[in-house]
Write a protein that binds this ligand. Sequence first.
Ligand SMILES: Nc1ncnc2c1ncn2[C@@H]1O[C@H](COP(=O)(O)OP(=O)(O)O)[C@@H](O)[C@H]1O
Ligand SMILES: [Mg+2]
Length: 765
Amino acid sequence: MNTSERRQVSVVFCDIVQSTAMSCALEPEDLWAVINRYRETVRNTVRVFGGIICHHKGDGILCCFGYPASHEDNASRAVMAALGVLARVQQENHTEDSDDDRSEGARLRLRVGVATGEVAIVDNRADDPGGLELLGPAPSLAARLQTGAGQNMALVDETTFRLTRNDFRFTPARTVRFKGFPGPMTVYQPLGQTCGPTRFERCCAGSLTDFVNRAHEQALLCETWRRTCMGQGQLVLVKGDAGIGKSRLVRHFLEGIGDDGRREIQLQCSALHARTALHPFAVAFTRLIGLRATDTQEAMVHCLRAFLSELGIRDGYSVPLLARLVNLPAAQCLPLLNILTHEDIGQRTTSLLATCLIAMSRRYPVILVAEDLHWADTATLKLLEELSSAATDGSVMIIATFRPHPPGEAPLAGLEAARNCQSVTLDRLSRSHSARIVSSVARRAGASRLPGDWITRIVERSDGVPLFIEELTRTVIDKAGDRALLAQPFAIGKPSDNIPETLRDSLSARLDRLRLGAAGAHSPKWVAQVAACIGREFRKTTLTRLFEKVGVGTTIVPVARTDLAHMLEEAIERLVEADIICPVTCDQDITYRFKHALVHDAAYAGLWREDKRHIHARLLELLEEKAKEETPDTTAELLAHHAFKAGQPDTAARYWLAAGQRAAVRSDLREARACYEEALRLARRTAGGSATARSGAAPRTGPDPACRDKPRGVHEERTAIEMEALIALGTVEMMETLRKRHPVSAAAALCPSGAVGHERSRVAH
Ligand SMILES: Nc1ncnc2c1ncn2[C@@H]1O[C@H](COP(=O)(O)OP(=O)(O)O)[C@@H](O)[C@H]1O
Ligand SMILES: [Mg+2]
């Protein structure tokens, strides 16, 4: 199916340096072989990191990370792919015979650019295999960055840098001007990956805010450690959503118990290595043994022997098994393994590692922290199970963190069933704890006096998830820029503007997982997006009636009525299972709520603009029908909101007027004023608005002097709604003055038959 949507992606553009000179120097067949090899290298590398090739432009290749399926680390994957392509091409160059003239001419030199940003994606690949278009500044910027890079070098833009600075080492920033882009741009050259035992250590360790709450979980970990030190090994499983604070809890616990002669071993599972057997152990043992990339193979093998003999392990296979695990391919001892089957090697490696860890725990207490087990490979899980049962009468404490798995899957069942296993589930933080994190982040960012309503809004929107709290606070402070802005109301921009850059990929990834296995318009993701137009909360009947109406748009595929009920039932079930929405009432017409405000925003922001307008227009029709049945008081603002989002500012202005008049009838003059001002603002945006008004002047309160002073022609240009809003504002002002002077008579004047009530009858609807 053809689709269009908008989302944040990271784009990689690779190009050959001096390709024209190369085409002159080589025979056409040789040139073809070189180009072919280059394309294959790019294709394979990009695929490994979860990206796709969008198109070839001459020798240039444009690759995309974040579509069709987003990963929570698209930008890092893009930079890894860029460095990977450069390394692979250089490696291949060196395997050529350098004495041969032709091979010298065939040496490839590349330049790569990486940029990240929001793009419109038009995917017509169902009709045309090359029909994938990315529209937005990121693809052109990646191409420009490529031109600014040196030979065999990559350059990244500011956004990519911000998203990946914890994962890679970069050269200091430099500024460059690129054709077509306004002003100088800051660019960075990635040099290689940073090292750090875990994601948390790399990303957060340097900028920790004050630790809040989690006293109960902390106490449980301390008690478990006390028992471990007495020789009763323990396993603690820490479960919780992404960003809820699993790694932070573990770190806080480790800091709390101080340096008591224990050994800490950190295992980090990763999505990229979910199928590489024992990858987390391989990385951890490389660090534990003290192997350095600069050492010779002989020196490394020597280190392995020393490590094993210190633990008293002398089995003949142990050195080659460990050498194989830590990737020492040239080690002379490896041929010893040739007589073993692949399965045998796997089993022996697992028991060797278990033996090493148990042997270590006889000398000193060991804490093994296994981070993000939801990405663990099967061999790692099996080894952890083996270890946890072997540790019951040793001094090993295993702390494993993981995210809840999808329903029906139980990859950790073996660990959960262990005799010495304790489980901790981390919940969202309370409002007061959340507010403490906001203040702590603000203090660190130098914005010590964040206005109270900003804190409240951030707390509301981040739903008690510490990561969301931190990122939202940073985004709000960054956007506010200078201190003066902090005195203004909480900024509300486009929905996508309200989603921190750092969270966009992971929020998209959450929604994309819903699309897997279900086709386009009928997927739960699409249902979530349509529901997001209704609001963070929606009733099932409203969603069903809305779906009956939306199936007539231009880009929207109609849904047959008969399939509708079934499709929605299934989709809602999956959305609940995936923790995207949850039921909040249990009556017959269930109301559902998006669990996180940011997931709601991300679902909404991903919709194509025309689809959004179409859905809001249908919603408006639906609500207008409903408004006839229900009390109109509550719906005027809602109708105004949907009319505005449907691209009908004129209708929206009329509803704001109506909402204002209803507020005035309730004697809520503040609310009435706000509604009238909104009506005025919108009326001035419509075609009939005067030139002054269209220039964006702030709405005035009270009778507009412009009406008196301007020549008649300009006066007549004003729309009827604008005039009505101005009169209404004037009336509100008059009422306020009156109320101050004669409270009793003003109250009488505000009754439905009074001045404002009289105004009300003049407005349409
Ligand atoms: N209890 C807490 N108090 C203060 N900050 C916290 C707390 N829990 C988490 N954080 C912060 O929130 C962010 C995300 O936490 P993290 O532990 O990385 O989440 P997880 O491991 O569950 O994905 C980190 O920057 C962390 O410092
Ligand atoms: Mg973590």
